[in-house]
Design a protein around this ligand. Structure first.
Ligand code: UN1
Length: 511
């Protein structure tokens, strides 16, 4: 079934529609369902990016079987050798960065500068994880007993299932796949149905870098018919999901029943605090980037700005003026600053929250409308939207929208700001703008979130530090850096007794 020519990534200049197959056991195979789905450009529905397999449980089973066979050998490949393949993949991604970024803009909609950043994040992750292949540290400790050696080694978990989101289609796939394979696991991944191509591109780079067949298997399709069977499969030992808290609750429940390791990275309603002493120019630019970058579709997006009363009026006025001028359009145009919503359903959600905000008494200072004139009519565009007079308990200040809708709230002082910031069900990212080092450190201590930025918006995490959050944002795991290594390995404590006699721990005291 290997029909590689059919499954090569589409070139942007090609007019012919590409059919992408599942990647199982190193072969490109059709789904046993015989069904497919279309991947269209959210900025221009006339642009068909590709046709993908609408897979089912049978395909998942085949992928897990392949991963199981591959695991028997892969776990025995020395970690530095495994890591070298990931290093080579980074070099391949550098060569293909521009092509992959363009394809990502076509399938996801975010602007080219950002899709280049998304590919770059996969490259950064690959370099970091390649280095981990020579570490994977564990403790060696003195034993309580004489002539006895004690240490803990990391072992791979086994077959890992991954369910990835559409907003960072290559970066977040890399956060999961790269540490997993360096640690000696094998994988079955379901890319988001809106953006499967970028995951295929990442896996293609890894395959071209020499990753053996079956180590990574890609099954495209929808949550219920692919994601659920992956999470339920008895041979899958770990499951990693980035998605909504709603889906996280389902996947977490399934994983708990069979005691799978489970890493959930879910929603956010990320606050940016602006104190009276802040550099306002910086805070305004930061708030625009954090709020409207990626069309507000980052888990870490700056969706709430909490401004101290002394600068509130000036901040709001200048912020809104800038928001009104943001250029919205097709992300392939280098002058565009904000792309479309990912799909019709997301756009409907964004517009629904505009109505909710108006109805609960917030004041909309700009935006609020769908853009559907001229070329806009082919995409899922809306205006950057800003609400002020937002009260902390309003739904637009509490619920994740995942669109270009920013709520501005007022606060009296740092204490009040922190209370508002923490008064939500999520705890992913947070930020504060101030020149006062004492206030900055107090905020670093008191903001109850997985990430805090000082004098930067709530977005911009780097791959070598832990990524994730508190409360409904997840279940305590972290991606990125050492957090990922923790998730994709299990500890094995090893005791070597070379005394040649029975030594009873806690009873013989080596006296
Ligand atoms: C996300 O928020 O959905 O921290 C991922 C950032 C990016 C990753 C964001 N490096 O902004």
């Amino acid at each position: 079934m290997a029909t590689d020519t059919l499954s090569r990534p589409a070139q942007t200049s090609d007019t012919q529609t590409k059919v992408f197959k599942n990647f199982i056991d190193g072969e490109w195979v059709e789904s046993s369902s015989g069904e497919t789905f279309e991947n269209r450009n959210p900025a221009d529905s006339r642009d068909l990016v590709g046709i993908f397999q609408k897979s089912n449980k049978e395909d998942v089973n085949a992928a897990v079987d392949a991963a199981k066979r591959a695991f028997a050998k892969w776990r025995l490949v020395p970690a530095p050798r495994r890591a070298e393949m990931v290093f080579r993949a980074a070099e391949i991604l550098i060569e293909r960065k521009e092509d992959y970024a363009r394809e990502m803009t076509r399938e996801m909609g975010k602007v080219l500068a950002e899709t280049r950043g998304d590919v770059q994040e996969a490259i950064d992750c690959a370099y970091y994880m390649a280095g981990e292949g020579r570490r994977l540290f564990g403790p060696t400790v003195p034993s309580e007993l004489p002539n006895k050696f004690a240490m803990a080694v990391r072992q791979p978990v086994g077959i890992c299932g991954m369910i990835t989101p559409w907003n960072f289609p290559m970066a977040i796939s890399s956060w999961k796949l790269l540490p997993a394979v360096v640690c000696g696991n094998t994988c079955v991944i379901k890319p988001a149905q809106d953006t499967p191509l970028s995951t295929f591109n990442l896996v293609r780079a890894l395959t071209d870098a020499g990753l053996p067949k079956g180590v990574i298997n890609v099954v495209s399709g929808f949550g219920s018919s692919v994601g659920t069977p992956i999470a339920e499969h008895a041979d899958v030992r770990a499951i990693s999901l980035t998605g909504s808290s709603e889906v996280g609750r389902i996947v977490g429940g399934i994983a708990a029943k069979s005691f799978k390791h489970c890493s959930l990275e879910l929603g956010g309603k990320n606050p940016m605090i602006v104190l009276d002493d802040a550099n306002l120019d910086l805070a305004i630019e930061g708030g625009l980037w954090g709020g409207f970058g990626t069309t507000g579709q980052r888990c870490t997006a700056t969706s709430r700005i909490i401004v101290q009363k002394g600068v509130h009026r000036e901040f709001v006025g200048r912020y809104v003026e800038r928001a009104k001028k943001l250029k919205v359009g097709n992300g392939l145009d280098e002058t565009v600053e904000m792309g479309p919503a990912i799909n019709e359903k997301q756009l409907e959600t964004d517009l629904k929250y505009v109505e909710i905000g108006k109805n609960e008494g917030a004041r909309m200072l700009c935006g609020g409308d769908r853009l559907d004139q001229g070329d806009y009519k082919y995409g899922w565009f809306m205006q950057p939207t800003v609400f002020t007079d937002v009260e902390p308990k309003m739904r637009i200040a509490q619920e994740e929208i995942f669109g270009p809708v920013v709520s501005i709230l007022a606060c009296d002082d740092l204490e009040d700001a922190v209370e508002i910031a923490n008064g939500i069900e999520y705890g992913l990212s947070s930020s504060i703008y101030t020149k006062d080092v004492n206030k900055a450190f107090a905020a670093m201590r008191d903001l109850y979130a997985g990430i805090t930025y000082i004098n930067a918006p709530t977005i911009g995490a780097e791959v070598h530090l832990p990524f994730g959050g508190t409360k409904a944002t997840g279940n305590g795991h972290r991606e990125g850096g050492i957090g990922a290594i923790e998730f994709y390995t299990e500890w094995k404590s090893v005791y070597v007794d070379y005394s040649d006699k029975l030594q009873k721990a806690q009873i013989d005291r080596g006296e």
